[in-house]
Design a protein. Structure first.
Length: 144
């Protein structure tokens, strides 16, 4: 999972400042924080290696990362669907404003922007958005 996290961020977010944490620190964060506090789903490739993961804590989608080589194969959608099923009352997430690919992905899956920030609330100091998926509560059918 740590490898997926690092590789995905480096491949899809080249605008981010250099990492402050070493690989070993990211591994420790996954083991000591993510796996202990969040509900986690992993996607495993045909070779048995983790190719993606999603993590939900409370009603917040804390992470959804994929290796670049497996994007646009339905894996992210499957991970997001599991997260939505786990949190049927809705999900909130933070996404960098410059991460247009992720923003479009979440919008396609029913998330809308509910807040924005100048970057003061994240360690990268990168302007971000808060997005929210709220399920339909009547009999209206939706793809989200």
């Amino acid at each position: 999972m740590a490898h997926v996290h690092i590789a995905s961020r480096e491949a899809t977010m080249p605008y981010l400042p250099p990492r402050r944490r070493t690989d070993a620190e990211v591994v420790a964060w996954v083991q000591d924080v993510v796996l202990r506090k969040a509900t986690v789903w992993v996607a495993v490739g045909s070779d048995g290696e983790v190719v993606g993961y999603a993590a939900v804590e409370g009603d917040e989608l804390d992470a959804l990362y994929l290796l670049a080589g497996v994007r646009r194969q339905g894996i992210g959608t499957a991970l997001l669907s599991a997260a939505k099923a786990h949190s049927p009352a809705g999900l909130t997430l933070a996404v960098f404003q410059k991460n247009t690919g992720a923003r479009a992905f979440y919008a396609r899956h029913g998330f809308t922007v509910v807040d924005s920030s100048d970057g003061s609330r994240n360690m990268e100091n990168e302007p971000d958005l808060t997005m929210r998926w709220q399920p339909v509560t009547n009999s209206t059918r939706t793809d989200g």
